[in-house]
Design a binder for this molecule. Structure first.
Ligand code: PMP
Length: 354
């Protein structure tokens, strides 16, 4: 009988929300849709595809468009099928069985998942009670564990907090491990290390088209780092990892800097409106002890002992958000979506206090 091996036997698949809900604020997606003009450029890009041919293995035009948008050299950029795939290639390339990976907790859960598939040990450094990062503790753990890799998101998913660039610099320059800095949400904040990646031989920065660029369906992610690191990733990835449709449409999107700027502005307005609304609820219903992290990304992280009950109440109202142990993560949506989630939360809190 064929036996599953140990690393796969107890692996639980990632469990995204499925089912149909009127309002989906669970996956940190963008609610912005491309303008008519950009839509036409995207359609036009598809018209010229040679569907019988394999895509460009090095995704040169796509990487060039990314490089131009973010002001980095193309040779220092690798493209992948979502940053999820980029993380797997990074781990395949730079880790060996038995290596140690340091992560933070809470942070994006997939880091530990992928590390387990390359048979590495994960050590998670807990965050402070207020969800901030103790940089000295991180550095100390990486050194003590002789970790080969440190990986974390900034701004953080799920807390939405951003770590100051100065602190990130300190961490990167204090360890010899490869630091994989996931800046999936950095378009919403201003502490990016992209402009200084070239100064560190142990820094890889991850980016995605799934958040501020509103292109989660395309599955496009990028890694930026010194050329030695990027050459290694290009060698380790599968040859045609980014399909031709995504390359073509993604290039058109990345060549439209105005789209990114206006999307970010609209999303931040929505996020601030949602944040203000939940701050009002926190004041109005002290018994619910809502503690809202100051958001730096397109979502809120709200700690409350009533997280489970609020989650169920929102779900009953047709609104899906993300539930964590003692916390909710709510993506900023369209005006009416934010209003609906605030109304449903308020109704629940009123009922609970009555
Ligand atoms: N990193 C972080 C921090 C994320 O939150 C996500 C998506 N939730 C990803 C990476 C993966 O993004 P994608 O594969 O869509 O590029």
């Amino acid at each position: 009988m064929f036996e599953l091996n140990e690393k796969i036997r107890n692996l639980k698949p990632y469990d995204p929300v499925t089912g149909s809900y009127q309002i989906r604020l669970d996956a940190n997606e963008s609610f912005v849709t491309p303008s008519q003009a950009l839509r036409e450029q995207m359609d036009e890009a598809l018209c010229h595809l040679h569907f019988n041919r394999y895509p460009d293995p090095y995704a040169v035009e796509l990487r060039q468009a990314f490089a131009d948008l973010y002001g980095v050299p193309r040779d220092c950029v690798m493209a992948g099928n979502g940053s999820d795939e980029v993380i797997t290639v990074v781990m395949n390339a730079f880790l060996q069985k038995g290596d140690t990976v340091v992560t933070l907790a809470p942070d994006f859960s997939m880091y530990g998942f992928y590390a387990s598939l390359v048979e590495c040990k994960t050590v998670a450094v807990p965050k402070n009670a207020d969800c901030t990062v103790d940089a000295d503790r991180v550095i100390e753990t990486v050194r003590r564990e002789k970790a080969r890799m440190l990986v974390f998101s900034n701004p953080c998913n799920p807390t939405s907090l951003v770590l100051a660039r100065e602190t990130v610099r300190k961490i990167v320059s204090s360890v010899s491990a490869l630091v994989v800095l996931d800046e999936a949400y950095m378009d919403f904040s201003d502490q990016s290390m992209l402009s200084e990646f070239a100064g560190y031989d142990n820094l890889l920065i991850l980016k995605t088209c799934s958040k501020a660029l509103g292109m989660a369906a395309l599955r496009l992610g990028f890694a930026v780092g010194q050329q030695k690191l990027i050459d290694a990733l290009q060698a380790a990835k599968s040859p045609y990892n980014v399909n031709a449709l995504s390359q073509a449409v993604g290039t058109a999107v990345l060549l439209s800097p105005a789209y990114l700027a206006s999307s970010v502005q609209r999303i931040l307005e929505s996020r601030d409106e949602l944040y203000a609304g939940f701050c009002r609820l926190a004041d109005a219903f002290p018994a619910a002890a809502l503690e809202i992290c100051e958001p730096a990304a397109n979502f809120l992280y709200i700690r409350t002992p009533r997280a489970g009950a609020i989650f169920e109440a929102l779900k009953a109202a047709g609104i899906i958000v993300r539930l964590f142990d003692g916390a909710l993560r709510i993506t900023a949506g369209r005006n009416y979506e934010n209003e609906a989630v605030l109304r449903a939360a308020e109704d629940f809190l009123k009922g609970a206090d009555a």
